[in-house]
Ligand binder design. Sequence first.
Ligand code: ADP
Length: 504
Amino acid sequence: MDKKYILALDQGTTSSRAILFDKSGTAVSAGQYEFPQVFPRPGWVEHDPEEIFRSQMKAAHTAMEKAGAGAGSIAAIGIANQRETTIVWDRETGLPIYNAIVWQCRRTAHICDELIREGAAAAIADKTGLIVDAYFSGTKIKWILDHVPGAGSLAASGRLAFGTVETWLIWRLTAGKVHATDHTNASRTMLLDLDKLCWDEGLTGRLGVPGSMLPEIKPSSHVYGEVAEGVPGAGALAGIPIAGAAGDQHAALFGSACFTPGQAKNTYGTGCFLLMNTGAERARSKARLLSTVAWSVGDTVEYALEGSLFNAGSAIQWLRDDLGIISTASECDELAESVGDNGGVYFVPAFTGLGAPYWDMYARGAIVGLTRGATRAHIARATLESIAYGVGDLVSAMVADTGLTLPELRVDGGASVSDFLMQFQADLLGTPINRPRNTETTALGAAYLAGLATGFWRDKEELRSIWSSERVFLPQMARAERDGLVRNWKRAVEKSLGWDEESE
Ligand code: ADP
């Protein structure tokens, strides 16, 4: 085979990235372009869908130029995308009728409140695996149809199409020939029946979304179509098959080769995203973790549980940019390691409330246990430790929900470079932390999915052998010490709960 590469498109919230991977899973070249964030009102977040496409194509061209790679040397394109972000366009003109409403956007919170007041939350959780929240696409589609003049009647006449970002990119790249999503992205719309894996008519009806707007649902590893000739901005990609698509966190789980039930990955970024493979069975969570499709390859669909921390690396940024007690993120590690323990200081970074397993929107940040002997080093250490405690809470909830044991935790994301954090996480979980050589797991997962669909890679076994570890952090802490730390963390969390409510 003369095809040397897979082109992974990693369409993120703040930038579009593209990476060329070779057969050994090595990133050969990359391109990355940021695009504007649009904030029309407090709490509202939008992107221009044209900017998403343009920046993504620029990134792809840059990666190809750097490697001197033409379309002829690329076996397939795989897409990983920011999830839930919602685009509605006119099939005839090809133009979006409104900006993309980004996953972070809170404008549809009132629609969610209404659903909750109607008593629909339990049935929706049962059907979709999700908690009712403005994050997910369903209420965002409703908002566009209700607020863009003429949208309702255009939708009723079958002219409008809805897509999350991968659907938009596939539609644009195939010049409107393919209107499709994959199971993982579909599972974030709050419109998918998670057991039957089809659009749920009860939910689409309740949110006023006509079936004609919805994309076909396909496997994550699947040949969707080829890049058409003459697509403006995509010229150099013409003829390459698009053969994989998945939401970014799902792609990262796949790129971490977490193919066995119980295997999990955590991304340590601005927030944290922990996903655990639960196998062919969907888990039902008592801690209100999300159930989601992990990926689908051929006829096989696998599920995952997902939990997230709203604030993780952002707490380190807060120390740097707002408190000014560190000047770089890595200084946080040095300070943390300069003291033998946390000095009794605990930091709960509940800047925007706490998610699973506490679910308290009124929780606010707290630093407790301060004495006159506390220093900025203790606060730095408490900040890094807080990330590990938060992840520990999610892992405990997942283990309780599934009865699965975690063989190890695989990691990626900006803060996974912190050796202190990784060692503390291993100590706290009593589980090894495995940091891969290639931490670009999101793009790698998209490449894997596309490579599997086109025979570039043979099977998951081959992918498992490509994944390689850079360092394993083994648990070293005595159980009694760990239990004491966790007990104090829980006491600190108690102090932060309900804070905003009490102050009103
Ligand atoms: P995102 O994709 O969410 O924007 P990244 O995966 O790029 O985030 O990770 C960025 C986060 O990583 C920042 O919040 C930063 O505080 C944290 N970070 C970066 N370097 C370090 C470090 N050496 N130690 C601890 N945290 C770090």
